[in-house]
Design a protein around this ligand. Sequence first.
Ligand code: C5P
Length: 223
Amino acid sequence: SPVPVIAIDGPSGSGKGTIAHRIAARFGFHVLDSGALYRLLGAAAQRHAVAFDNEAALEVLAAHLDVQFIGDDDGEARILLEGEDVTNAIRTEEAGRAASQVAALPRVRNALLARQQAFRDTPGLVADGRDMGTVVFPDAELKIFLTASAQARAERRYRQLLEKGFDASLAALVEDIQARDARDTQRSVAPLKPADDALVLDSTDLGIEAVVQRVIDAARSVP
Ligand code: C5P
């Protein structure tokens, strides 16, 4: 039987990344942070002076993207782009905006498809993104769609940024999250939406532990 995949999709700031790492640790699975790939491509485009709407050039860049994920399964991963540590650089709101622009291009998404699927390795994978359950791993054993109100997500992102020592404005983050949601849900290719067979969890009023427990319960009840 194929290597099991737990797909966790949802909008930015819904807590997917944290949840994905907790679930992976619990089951000893690998993690795919697919958003990081789009962020890395945005960073590579900036580095090589490729415009975010130059689909042909971005497709080539995506196909040759030189990235390394180091120590991926402990939540302390370092991410290298062309040998340079960009772990923190790709977490800024600016990098998120760049990611969502290049991610809207069909040929870019297609160029990153096989690379994402290659993360599927024994004993299993927890894949975090927007289209894990709908496009990249349509045969995933378990599909979770994690949501939360824009306000709640902005507040979480705000705290995260401050903890990491970044400067942030809550009002700007709410606007940013709403704009990114609109771009991600309205784009024609792989729009953000729950798979038909996804379990939808709203984390607005649920703590991380409660969400993790629900996902684990759901995973255990998969035949
Ligand atoms: O999850 P994260 O915020 O790091 O993703 C950054 C951006 O990359 C998202 O706003 C989205 O536009 C894009 N993305 C995507 N498909 C994925 C993961 C991320 O389009 N599977």
